[in-house]
Design a protein around this ligand. Structure first.
Ligand SMILES: *[C@@H]1O[C@H](CO)[C@@H](O)[C@H](O)[C@H]1NC(C)=O
Ligand SMILES: *[C@@H]1O[C@H](CO)[C@@H](O)[C@H](O)[C@H]1NC(C)=O
Ligand SMILES: *[C@@H]1O[C@H](CO)[C@@H](O)[C@H](O)[C@H]1NC(C)=O
Ligand SMILES: *[C@@H]1O[C@H](CO)[C@@H](O)[C@H](O)[C@H]1NC(C)=O
Ligand SMILES: *[C@@H]1O[C@H](CO)[C@@H](O)[C@H](O)[C@H]1NC(C)=O
Ligand SMILES: *[C@@H]1O[C@H](CO)[C@@H](O)[C@H](O)[C@H]1NC(C)=O
Ligand SMILES: *[C@@H]1O[C@H](CO)[C@@H](O)[C@H](O)[C@H]1NC(C)=O
Ligand SMILES: *[C@@H]1O[C@H](CO)[C@@H](O)[C@H](O)[C@H]1NC(C)=O
Ligand SMILES: *[C@@H]1O[C@H](CO)[C@@H](O)[C@H](O)[C@H]1NC(C)=O
Length: 289
């Protein structure tokens, strides 16, 4: 009986270590495929450091979990890398933090990254990604911060991205400096967890919903500048009580500037310049509210 228990324990141990090496193999394979799809590594970072003979957890830019030894973070920001992102990256299923910003990655963001169910932060900013913003981003259950700014993403901001209760963890959404067009999907303003929205410097048009601030209790930073937005600034702006910075400049907003802006007690920066012409506004009256 004892020896049976012992054998079972040994078997479990063996299976565990087998699973462990298999999973580590998967991570290594994913990173090697990622490396192989990089066409330019000007500082020879990956070509010298990502050596097959050393464990991936010692590779530059790679961090692993202490218990399971799986890759949890990949930070290759500002390494002067160029190429496409290999779909194999989606096999890093323990990844929580992905930052490949400020390089020169091109092409589309591969669908396989939708397998990164534990991802909290995705930073693809300042590259040359193109194509539409993938709708599957909205199904990443743990996503908190999404940076896609300074790329060549085009088309509409997909409303289906926000039509998902799972996205209620999203706190930061940066899409500025792309080629996005069409109107801003109103559902964005219904993601109540959002703290920062930066979607300036695109070609967005249309009006803001009059109930814009009904469901954004946490918003601190809202930048919509350098677009083609028009109509009035919603008068319920005061319901965004935590606003610190509001930038609506370089659009075609008009009408009167709502006095209620004066009720935003945390506001330190307000940009309204270069718009379609505001009328009948007594700015000094804001500050008596
Ligand atoms: C790769 O870089 C890491 C972090 O800088 C360093 O600890 C490691 O020794 C390097 N490995 C090789 C093979 O150069
Ligand atoms: C990622 O790398 C950049 C540049 O080296 C650094 O500024 C940043 O703090 C790093 N982030 C993390 C989470 O390690
Ligand atoms: C990893 O992902 C790629 C492409 O998405 C796939 O072909 C491959 O079989 C996956 N599995 C392993 C263990 O590398
Ligand atoms: C945008 O990204 C390019 C590289 O792709 C970089 O040269 C430029 O400085 C970035 N601009 C901003 C505002 O981040
Ligand atoms: C949002 O989801 C609901 C239910 O899943 C669906 O009926 C509706 O068409 C979706 N709207 C958009 C804009 O995707
Ligand atoms: C807007 O984005 C373009 C690239 O798409 C960039 O060259 C320009 O500097 C950006 N302008 C501002 C005001 O951020
Ligand atoms: C926002 O959410 C509320 C309640 O959850 C819903 O009634 C409303 O239709 C939503 N508005 C938009 C623009 O999605
Ligand atoms: C700005 O909005 C006004 C209406 O308020 C409209 O007549 C005008 O054509 C718009 N200008 C641009 C450049 O879209
Ligand atoms: C602007 O509003 C302030 C405060 O309500 C008031 O004292 C001032 O007389 C007004 N100025 C004009 C030109 O209406």
């Amino acid at each position: 009986m004892e020896s049976l228990t012992f054998s079972i324990a040994l078997l479990i141990l063996l299976l565990n270590s087998f699973a462990f090496s298999l999973n580590s193999y998967t991570d290594k394979n994913a990173l090697i495929s990622f490396k192989n799809s990089i066409t330019s590594d000007a500082n020879a970072i990956l070509s010298t450091n990502w050596s097959q003979n050393t464990p991936v957890c010692n590779w530059i830019g790679v961090s692993c979990g202490l218990k399971h030894g799986r890759v949890t973070a990949l930070n290759l920001s500002r390494y002067d890398l160029a190429g496409t992102v290999a779909p194999h990256l989606g096999n890093l299923t323990f990844l929580r933090y992905l930052d490949i910003s400020s390089n020169n990655f091109v092409g589309m963001c591969p669908f396989e990254l939708s397998k990164l169910r534990r991802l909290k932060v995705m930073n693809l900013g300042a590259n040359s990604f193109t194509g539409e913003i993938p709708t599957w981003l909205g199904s990443l259950p743990q996503l908190e911060e999404l940076y896609l700014s300074n790329n060549s993403f085009l088309g509409k901001i997909p409303s289906s991205l926000f039509n998902n209760s799972k996205l209620q963890t999203l706190q930061i959404l940066y899409l500025h400096s792309n080629i996005l067009s069409g109107s801003i999907p109103h559902v964005i303003f219904n993601v109540s967890s959002l703290r920062k929205i930066g979607i300036g410097n695109n070609s967005l048009s249309g009006r803001l919903p009059i109930d814009m601030c009904n469901n954004m209790p946490n918003i601190k930073f809202l930048s919509l500048s350098w677009n083609h937005l028009e109509g009035q600034i919603p008068s319920n702006i005061w319901k965004c009580t935590h606003l610190e910075k509001l930038s609506l400049s370089h659009n075609n907003f008009s009408g009167s500037i709502p006095r209620e802006i004066g009720r935003l007690s945390m506001l330190t920066e307000l940009y309204l310049g270069y718009n379609g012409g505001f009328q009948g506004t007594n700015i000094s009256s804001f500050f008596y509210m």
